[in-house]
Design a binder for this molecule. Structure first.
Ligand SMILES: *[C@@H]1O[C@H](CO)[C@@H](O)[C@H](O)[C@H]1NC(C)=O
Ligand SMILES: *[C@@H]1O[C@H](CO)[C@@H](O)[C@H](O)[C@H]1NC(C)=O
Length: 312
């Protein structure tokens, strides 16, 4: 009986050591895999890295709130396997999981900032960004591992403030890569997407876009006015604002077109009084050229094949 107890204890110690050893190798494996992705991102977005210097100060604050001590979840011994290959969560944890490969169970830990999603196919990498998988209530995460750039090793983080909503940072292995949403859109920390600013809770859409929707008088007989309202920007004739329930969204006319308030549509810029001379001239020239090309095409099409050959 005594011998059995001692044997069981040695086993437990051996298991604990192996358990954590296994995690380390697994994580460094992921690191090398991810650093491959790094290189791609770095080259594609090299130009954006120069913006770093300014942004670090803004991050200092955030880091503090992230690095509050959190209770470290207890390492549990690896569970048993019902199937040869499967993964299932460690109870109470959002980033630890048991992975069974060929019937051998091993406890694993997602990289800092990612969560274990138990609903994925076994062939898929099981750790995902928080927008893809929400933790159950009261489940714990490993303590964050912030760097100078990032509050977590992995994730997407909003930069700027409520008036400056389009900047965000993607952290990969603690290295930050900065991005900007397309014009007029704001980064949403909830969806990890660039969204209309009126749909992003921590963005002040009016301040961000520099436009406040005019109040529309409510008629006593007809009730609130129906439909959307459009307003051309005072400073840029190609930009305009769409007001939905009193909140603005910024849109723009492309090419040589500008916004016409009368028809609420994009028309040739030389038809819009408010546009600067250069844009009007360029729009007029483009229209003239288009007309000439069309005329040429029509005259060519009306020629016989013999005439065409002579012309070329
Ligand atoms: C899984 O186990 C079987 C039987 O023990 C063995 O033949 C096979 O090589 C193992 N496969 C892997 C991938 O370890
Ligand atoms: C907006 O935020 C970005 C990122 O933090 C920063 O680089 C930029 O200077 C800010 N712009 C303004 C006008 O505050």
């Amino acid at each position: 009986m005594k011998a059995f107890v001692i044997f069981a204890c040695v086993c437990a110690v051996a298991h604990a050591q192996f358990g954590s050893f296994g995690q380390n190798t697994q994580r460094s494996g992921q690191n090398t895999q991810r650093s491959g992705q790094n290189r791609n991102q770095q080259s594609a977005f090299g130009s954006q890295q120069s913006a770093f210097g300014n942004q670090q100060s803004a991050f200092g604050n955030q880091q503090n709130s992230y690095s509050q001590p959190q209770p470290q979840p207890k390492i549990q011994s690896a569970g048993s396997c019902k199937e040869l290959n499967e993964r299932y969560p460690v109870p109470g944890s959002c980033d630890r999981y048991i992975e069974c490969i060929n019937g051998t169970a091993e406890e694993k830990l997602c990289p800092d900032g990612l969560r274990f999603n138990p609903n994925l196919n076994f062939n898929v990498y099981p750790c995902q960004y928080p927008n893809d998988y929400q933790c159950l209530e009261r489940s714990s995460l490993q303590p964050p591992q912030p760097t100078a750039d990032c509050p977590n090793q992995f994730g997407y983080f909003k930069l700027g403030d409520a008036r400056n909503c389009s900047y965000f940072r993607n952290c990969v292995n603690g290295v930050g890569y900065d991005f900007t949403c397309p014009d007029g859109l704001a980064f949403s920390s909830e969806t990890y997407r660039c969204d209309w600013p009126d749909e992003v809770a921590d963005c002040d859409a009016e301040a961000f876009l520099g436009f406040r929707c005019p109040e529309v008088p409510i008629s006593r007989e007809l009730g609130p006015p129906a439909g959307y309202r459009f307003y051309r920007s005072d400073t840029n004739c190609q930009k305009y604002f769409l007001c939905i329930e009193g909140r603005p969204r910024a849109l723009a006319c492309g090419g040589d077109t500008a916004f016409d308030e009368l028809t609420s549509s994009c028309v040739a810029a030389d038809e819009v009084e408010a546009c600067p001379v250069e844009l009007k001239t360029s729009a007029a020239r483009a229209r003239k050229e288009a007309k000439e090309n069309l005329a040429l095409e029509l005259s060519l099409n009306s020629l016989t094949p013999q005439q065409k050959r002579r012309n070329y």
